[in-house]
Ligand binder design. Structure first.
Ligand code: DAH
Length: 346
């Protein structure tokens, strides 16, 4: 009967020891002392073999009871310790969801892109499609098919960078007209084409060897000069204010006939005359005209069936006037103090 006592004692000792254990590691070390091969139970069982049969039975039951009790004790302790670890973690890692978040410093849309986006918006609303073309162009698309054959004096104004005699960095977005006409195969067109262009100009406050243009082209039956004027007036008012008027002056572009230079009434003085408009009341913003018959024919359009207008807007010029920027180079040098002024306040 001593053995039965031993089992009860072992359970009592285990209980006491477990109370003092605070880590899973200590628990794992302690467990074999009771339940291992050389543990208290196993040692007691080793003495069984010399005992009479009926005692064996009683002790067997007692040892099983003690083993189960010990296993339950250790298991419960393990669960308790694990729960404690989780609880500690939870209390340490709680997040105060009411704290304000970390502010992400976002960039802003470049003023040139803002200008392009505003104009795209306006023209998409009038049913235009946005088209693009490559910056490396053929001489044929950039000049020849726009009625500027090799050696034409008007090429001088648009001297550019040549890759070879037939390949160049486009000096205008007008070749997108040629590309689109080739695709549309004599059918009507209504497109707006923004993009970068290049010229062999020395950089100064108003010139840059790389800048941006937006080309517009509308071809269809009965498209007249009145439609061109209407579209241009929309541009002027969208970019410079509802009260603006436009003025068309005769000009020359090889790809349009007649051609016009378009002035907008000065937004600063309202047309009275001020330093910004050089006291004329008007500011020149773009070139336009009715598409030249030669251009239509070279691209397979029947000039008796289809006619239309085209225009070319200098994006920098519009953005400079609109935002009163006095040096074109500000657009390209990525000075954050300049760019931040165009951040939309949300
Ligand atoms: N491509 C011309 C330039 O760079 C601008 C222009 C004028 C485009 C009249 C046109 C146009 O389509 O009709 O100076």
């Amino acid at each position: 009967m001593d053995l039965i006592k031993k089992f009860d004692e072992a359970v009592a000792v285990a209980k006491e020891k477990l109370e003092r254990i605070t880590t899973i590691n200590d628990l794992n070390q302690e467990k074999p002392n009771f339940l291992g091969k050389k543990g208290v139970i196993a040692q007691a069982m080793a003495t069984f073999k010399d005992l009479p049969a009926e005692l064996k039975k009683e002790l067997g039951m007692a040892s099983n009871k003690a083993r189960t009790a010990l296993e339950t004790l250790f298991e419960n302790k393990r669960i308790a310790l694990e729960q404690q670890i989780i609880n500690e973690k939870l209390s340490k890692e709680t997040i105060d969801v009411t704290l304000p978040g970390v502010k992400v410093n976002s960039g802003s849309i470049h003023p040139l892109n803002q200008t392009i986006m505003e104009l795209e918006d306006l023209f998409i609303g009038m049913g235009y499609e946005i088209c693009e073309g490559p910056e490396i162009e053929t001489d044929e698309n950039c000049f020849e098919k726009l009625n500027l054959p090799k050696g034409h004096p008007a090429r001088d104004m648009q001297d550019t960078f040549y890759i070879n005699p037939e390949l160049l960095l486009r000096s205008q977005t007008s070749p997108i007209q040629v590309r689109t006409m080739a695709l549309k195969n004599g059918q009507p067109i209504k497109i707006l084409c923004p993009g970068k262009v290049y010229r062999r100009d020395a950089d100064d406050a108003t010139h840059s060897h790389q800048f941006m243009q937006i080309e517009g082209l509308v071809l269809g039956k009965d498209i007249s000069f009145a439609n061109l004027k209407g579209a241009l007036l929309e541009v002027a008012r969208k970019m410079f204010g509802k009260e603006r008027e436009i003025r068309l002056r005769p000009s020359f572009f090889p790809f349009t006939e007649p051609s016009v230079e378009v002035d907008v009434s000065c937004a600063k003085c309202g047309g009275k005359g001020c330093p910004m408009c050089k006291n004329t009341g008007w500011i020149e913003v773009l070139g336009a005209g009715m598409v030249n018959n030669n251009v239509l024919e070279m691209s397979g359009y029947d000039k008796n069936e289809i006619q239309g207008f085209a225009f070319g807007i200098g994006v920098e010029r519009v953005a400079m006037l609109k935002n009163r920027i006095d040096d074109i180079r500000n657009f390209y040098i990525n000075d954050i103090r300049f760019l931040q002024q165009f951040k939309e306040v949300k």
